[in-house]
Structures are given as C-alpha cells and as structure tokens.
Design a protein around this ligand. Structure first.
Ligand code: ATP
Length: 135
C-alpha cells in the first residue's frame, strides 16, 4: 500500500516544492484540508495560509497566497499566486509590506487607495509573518 503522496507546489514563476509527503494540510477557503494517500479526487480554492507537509516526525511549512489545490489518490498539485518555504521568508520584507498596507488602509478616507488591494497585501504580509514564526 502506498504510504506517500507526490506533491507539487508551484506559482506562476517557479516550482516551490516537488517531492513526497505522508500527509499534506492546506488552507481551503471552506476550512483546513487534510490529505492522506488514497484521498478521493478533489479540487478546492485556497486562501492565504499555511501548507504543512509531514514526513515522519518532520514537518515542512509553506506560506501561500490564494490558489487552487487538485487532489488525486496518489498526487497533490497546489497552484498558488505566491508561495514560500517558511525558512525562505524574509521577515523584514514582510514587515515593510505590512507597514505599507497599513498606511494605505489609513489613507483610505482620501479616496485614492484601492482598499481591496491593500487589504489583500496586508493579509499576505500577516500570513508570511505567522508562518515564519512557526518555522
Ligand atoms: P512585496 O510588497 O514585499 O513584494 P507582496 O505581497 O506584494 O509583497 P507577492 O506579489 O505576493 O508579494 O510576491 C511576489 C514574489 O515575492 C513571490 O515570488 C513571493 O514568493 C515573493 N515574496 C513576497 N514577499 C516575500 C517575503 N517576505 N519573503 C520572501 N519572498 C517573498
């Protein structure tokens, strides 16, 4: 019986992970998705959050922006707008992005700011900081 899944995590510009995992947990828009080998076929939208890959006692974490997951019984494909391994996240960069987004949201009253875009940037930055803290 197969004990692992083939996992690919990719963004439009690069492949972030390609390998095996005994279990994958992903941030579905309707709640956390846990995937083990022989999972039924599934497609779902993902929200900003953390992907966790488990192999034995080792757990690798990735921050992802929004995206999609396709699950097959022996394989999982994650297509994300952006994704980074927790160890590759620049905390300084995320803090700067957080500060920029906060300022934009405060300037909102002026009417020049794209509120939705600033809110998404804020969510991405907060998520990166959170995932990076757990590494
Ligand atoms: P920034 O304003 O700092 O670019 P952003 O949220 O607008 O942040 P994205 O458009 O989501 O950035 O990502 C652009 C690219 O930069 C992606 O390849 C992403 O993986 C990478 N990236 C963004 N922020 C970080 C970070 N803090 N650490 C490492 N890589 C990052």
């Amino acid at each position: 019986m197969t004990k692992t899944l083939k996992v690919e995590i990719a963004s439009p510009d690069r492949q972030i992970y390609s390998g095996e995992a005994e279990m994958l947990v992903a941030p579905g828009v309707q709640g956390e998705l846990g995937v083990l080998p022989r999972h039924t076929h599934l497609m779902a939208a993902l929200q900003p959050g953390e992907i966790r890959l488990t192999n034995g006692k080792q757990v690798e974490c990735y921050a992802i922006s929004s995206g999609f997951i396709e699950v097959c019984p022996d394989k999982v494909l994650v297509l994300a707008d952006a994704a980074e391994a927790a160890v590759d996240i620049s905390v300084e960069r995320a803090k700067r992005a957080l500060e920029r987004a906060r300022k934009r949201l405060q300037e909102k009253q002026g009417g020049e700011v794209d509120f939705g875009r600033a809110r998404l940037a804020l969510m991405r930055a907060i998520n990166r900081l959170k995932v990076s803290e757990g590494k």
